[in-house]
Design a protein around this ligand. Structure first.
Ligand code: NDP
Ligand code: 8X3
Length: 253
């Protein structure tokens, strides 16, 4: 795909799910990849199967100083990031707010909101300076609707939606594009993480429907990134066919 050939793409949360699948699709399109996540072994394995150059960052997006150091310390040939995919994120737990766990809240807020802010703050000035760039934020249907027991996760994804719009406003007088992609149910490690490794509970989430895959979302991300420069896809909601809204899901017995 010509528009992405030799473009430098930074993907956060590339060690699993949507981020991992996006690395594959961008690489197939000829892009060079900066892959970031905490699990470096996963990134090494992923990179060994990709067709194009990769630079790996073992990075916890919650650590502002580490994010700043990692971006400032990129080798010269990796500094000029063209596309930032702010994908790192997670849900922890599913409970009423008044019964919730503050450790879970902090992890979600620190990752989904503050992590996205830290990475964006470190990367966007270079894009502004070079007069080109594209930021693609992975939000969620949970950024449009609030569902029972989803309180804090939904709040973070509503926050991501606000930040996507805010970035688009702030960058309107530059050539930089800002897009938000908001999936419904995607079968990744998301539910395993939400339910602290309980694979039975995680599997139940997707039982009786055909959920989206990481590859479905990755294809959309690459499509958004490869539109002509004057086309800015603003926000996309993508759902499995059997999902009509966050809570209206048709499950076969
Ligand atoms: P996965 O759990 O499969 O992947 C999450 C990724 O985020 C992992 O690579 C993980 O890497 C990374 N990550 C988590 N915390 C951090 C951190 N502190 N620092 C750096 N990286 C981190 O889930 P998905 O692929 O499904 O999730 C990707 C995004 O999509 C998230 O923002 C999620 O909210 C969103 N989303 C998911 C949906 C779904 O149904 N699956 C639906 C809508 C949106 P590591 O642990 O190695 O650091
Ligand atoms: C992930 C999808 O519906 O579990 O953002 O919030 S949902």
């Amino acid at each position: 795909m010509e528009p992405l050939r030799n473009r430098i793409v930074l993907i956060t949360g590339a060690s699993s799910g949507i981020g991992d699948a996006s690395a594959g699709k961008f690489s197939n399109a000829g892009a060079r990849l900066i892959l970031a996540a905490r699990r470096i072994d996963r990134l090494k394995k992923l990179a060994s199967n990709l067709k194009t150059d990769c630079h790996l960052l073992q990075l916890d997006v919650r650590d502002r100083e580490a994010v700043e150091t990692a971006i400032a310390g990129l080798p010269d040939e990796w500094k000029d990031i063209d596309i930032l995919v702010n994908n790192a994120g997670l849900a922890r737990g599913l409970s009423k707010l008044h019964e919730g766990d503050h450790v879970h809240w902090e992890e979600m807020i620190d990752t989904n909101l503050k992590g996205l802010l830290y990475v964006s703050r470190a990367v966007i000035p270079g894009m502004v300076h070079r007069g080109r760039g594209h930021i693609i934020n992975i939000g969620s249907i949970a950024g449009h609707e609030v569902y029972p027991n989803g309180n804090v996760y939904c709040a973070t994804k509503h926050g991501v939606a606000a930040l996507t719009t805010g970035m688009r406003i702030d960058l309107v007088d530059t050539p930089i594009r800002v897009s938000g992609i908001d999936p419904g149910m995607v079968e990744t490690e998301f539910s395993l993480v939400r339910f602290s490794g309980d694979s039975e509970q995680a599997k139940k989430v997707y039982k009786g429907i055909v959920p989206l895959t990481g590859a479905d979302i990755a294809e959309t991300i690459v499509w958004v990134a490869s539109r002509p420069e004057h086309v800015q896809v603003a926000d996309l909601i993508i759902l499995p066919n059997a999902q009509a809204s966050a809570m209206v899901i048709h499950k076969e017995d």
